[in-house]
Design a protein around this ligand. Sequence first.
Ligand SMILES: Cc1cc2nc3c(=O)[nH]c(=O)nc-3n(C[C@H](O)[C@H](O)[C@H](O)COP(=O)(O)OP(=O)(O)OC[C@H]3O[C@@H](n4cnc5c(N)ncnc54)[C@H](O)[C@@H]3O)c2cc1C
Length: 423
Amino acid sequence: MPPDPASRGAPVGGPVTIVGAGIVGICAASWLIRDGHDVTVIDADEPGNRCSFGNAGGICPGSVVPMGMPGMWKKVPGWLSDPQGPLFIRLAHLPAALPWMLAFLASGRRERAEAISAAMAALHSQTIVRYRDLVAWAGCQELLVERGQLFLYESRDELEGDGFGLELRRRAGVVMEVLEADALRQLEPALDHRFSHAVFLPGQAQCLNPHRLVQELAAQFVADGGRIERALVQRLETRDGQVRRIVTEAGERRIGTLVMAAGAWSARLLKTAGIAIPLEAERGYHVTVADPDHAPRIQAMWARRKFVVTPQEGGLRLAGTDEFAGLDAAPDMRRAQKLLDQGRELIPGLDATSHTMWMGHRPGTPDSLPVLGRDGRYVNLLHAFGHGHTGLMGASVSGHVIADLVAGRRPELDLAPYRPERF
Ligand SMILES: Cc1cc2nc3c(=O)[nH]c(=O)nc-3n(C[C@H](O)[C@H](O)[C@H](O)COP(=O)(O)OP(=O)(O)OC[C@H]3O[C@@H](n4cnc5c(N)ncnc54)[C@H](O)[C@@H]3O)c2cc1C
């Protein structure tokens, strides 16, 4: 792809307004306030209360395998017909989601998946480095632990079936170690014995409480002079190639520079400025089991079931599922119950007497890459949304890119793969 002119250019001016106080908006706010800008974050809710509240905490430079992969279309019918499967589509939502799904399947062509993987690797390679800096600044280093990550397989065939994903990781230089059953049992005795193989990725990190991470960064941002205002943004008003105002339920606000970081709701807002981005709410669920007496220490993904078990402050989180039902449909907690049932299979004897359940809207683009950088249509509009399944790990770097663009610094990342005009 040619270098993206939008990754260079003059700084965008004036006070910065960020729509969205999820992990992406708050990371951008953190880097911007550290650069000395005048920054206001606007959110309809408290910081971190939406998708960033309950993710699995994975901060993984090795996350370079796109959602859309070669041959995936063959697996989709099986997943949809399996009540224990990881994918659900509500029929009523299918017509609205169909164009996105077709684009998603197209992104799974081999060469396209390779290019997407390279862009994921570039974005995620510095995520831990950036978070080390941010958590030190906010004084919450205890939230970032670097214990690696496990992928669990029930047979050698299943491991070999993941060959292309492993190949993409190898190409990205991700260190991996294949473990046989005995070595896995020694490493994680709490896991069921059905797993014949595992792949251990040592260079990966986790956040022990993604919600508290947003809150801690937001508190430091405010302590350093940033403002967080609570209001629902209703629309953008544009004139002569600029966003002039945003209209909120509390009134109007003049815009210097606008950063769109409203997660899964970003496309709805951008539509008011005539910008069309294919963005689906990829709804995921979690169950957090309070203080189980035996649990794995390392974040582990059950490869066939496509869900993750991850240690958290005060508990163990089972997280996964991809449900297409739009932004407004009520959660279906049967999905979370399934995660709990599968968690009991994964960790025999798991005492889940005390647990909480949750649903969040992942902001998903069809090509697994975020929309990041300048907008070609409005000179003072920057985008930072659409991070899908990897928004926690994408946020520390994406936020830094936004600060680079506002300051007129050239980001280390070539922004071409993430530009909004690619759709
Ligand atoms: C089950 C599950 C597990 C996951 N596991 C991982 C993982 O291990 N690692 C990882 O990297 N990612 C993971 N993710 C993905 C990650 O959580 C998301 O990509 C990330 O939280 C998105 O952050 P965000 O800031 O873009 O969106 P959000 O956190 O949703 O924030 C958007 C904010 O915008 C606000 N907003 C929206 N519209 C408006 C409006 N009109 N006016 C004002 N405010 C508005 C919302 O109130 C919200 O606070 C997981 C997600 C799920 C669901």
